[in-house]
Design a protein. Structure first.
Length: 344
């Protein structure tokens, strides 16, 4: 009985020591020195790398007495170069938790954004077909002037040609290479007439300086076929209407008809002349130019839009009738009309 009471007494006495949780410190610098005594004058017995955990035996002032990694040797390490392992772990757990919460918040937005981009791409396919039907006001007004020689005298000839307004279709394909930038190719044949006002002053056979006037009025054929290679820019939306800006190079194929020659009859006393026949001739050429425009369209369906287009193009062309001076005229003009777009 006496031995049992002694055993209980010893067990109760050492119970706090048995229940005490071991304490560790972690090296917080690249290399920490462990010394024989708790002093900077003490002999260095080991060098410990950053992150190594050491079991604490006791704390002596600003020093910890610790077991070295071999588990047997003891020494002293400064509290300035270590941190309590438990505190570090708790801090790391808190930081990891914060990072995880931040990551979850940030991942939400990109997912929503990606979904929005996918939906947009489903609606706005990269390749689009468009057709316009515009009213065209052309620039093509030109003059054909030369001298008529008769009876050793020259009389002036003046032919004025004014291109008429007309409706003009345009068909093209647009390919979007980036979110807002694309490449566009289109053709817009313009076929019209020019109103020819011609005044020929023919010398008189009897009187010097007296001219007989011959007036010719007729309609002449005129056409332009511009081939456009443009860059497009999606300028965004204004009250639900998509704005598209276009601009680039144009290759014009133009064809202009003029009065090449005519014949006339005169009867004594030769004060008047009468037109008897005319001969027309058509001149064609390829000429470079530029164009720019803006279109505003409203989506009717998922891949379909309808709106209006304003556009202007510009170029120069010329031809030289046989035996006469060069005739120059301006290509292009102003256009405004309906714009239909279909993504395919």
């Amino acid at each position: 009985m006496k031995r049992f009471l002694i055993f209980v007494f010893v067990f109760v006495l050492f119970l706090p020591l048995l229940s005490e949780t071991k304490k560790y410190v972690r090296v917080a610098v690249e290399t920490a020195r462990v010394r024989e005594i708790p002093s900077l004058e003490g002999k260095v017995i080991a060098r410990i790398k950053k992150g190594t955990e050491l079991e604490v035996i006791e704390k002596v002032g600003e020093w910890f007495r610790v077991y070295l990694p071999d588990g047997k040797t003891t020494g002293y390490i400064s509290s300035r170069v270590v941190v309590v392992a438990k505190e570090v772990e708790e801090k790391e757990v808190r930081e990891e938790k914060k990072l995880e919460e931040k990551k979850i918040r940030e991942e939400k937005k990109p997912v929503e954004k990606r979904r929005e981009v996918v939906r947009r791409r489903e609606v706005e396919k990269p390749l689009s077909l468009f057709v316009t039907f515009s009213f065209d006001v052309p620039f093509a007004d030109f003059k054909d002037e030369y001298l008529i020689s008769a009876y050793n005298e020259d009389g002036p000839y003046s032919g004025r040609y004014n291109a008429s307004e007309s409706f003009c279709p345009e068909v093209g394909l647009m390919y979007r290479i980036k979110e807002k930038i694309g490449i566009l190719f289109s053709v817009e044949p313009f076929i019209s007439k020019t109103k020819g006002d011609i005044l020929a002053q023919i010398p008189h056979p009897f009187y010097f300086g007296k001219f007989r006037e011959l007036v010719i009025k007729d309609n002449f054929s005129y056409s332009e076929i511009p081939f456009n290679l443009n860059v497009t820019y999606d300028a965004g939306k204004l009250k639900g209407i998509s704005i598209l800006l276009t601009g680039g190079l144009t290759l014009f194929y133009s064809s202009a008809e003029i009065l090449e020659s005519f014949t006339y009859a005169d009867i004594y006393p030769y004060d008047t002349v009468t037109l008897t026949s005319t001969k027309y001739k058509t001149f064609s050429s390829f000429s470079p130019g530029i164009n720019a425009g803006v279109a505003g369209f409203y989506p009717l369906k998922e891949n379909m839009g309808l709106g209006i287009q304003l556009k202007s193009s510009f170029g120069k062309a010329s031809f030289t009738p046989e035996g006469r001076d060069k005739v120059s005229y301006t290509l292009g003009g102003f256009k405004a009309g309906l714009y239909f777009r279909l993504s395919i």
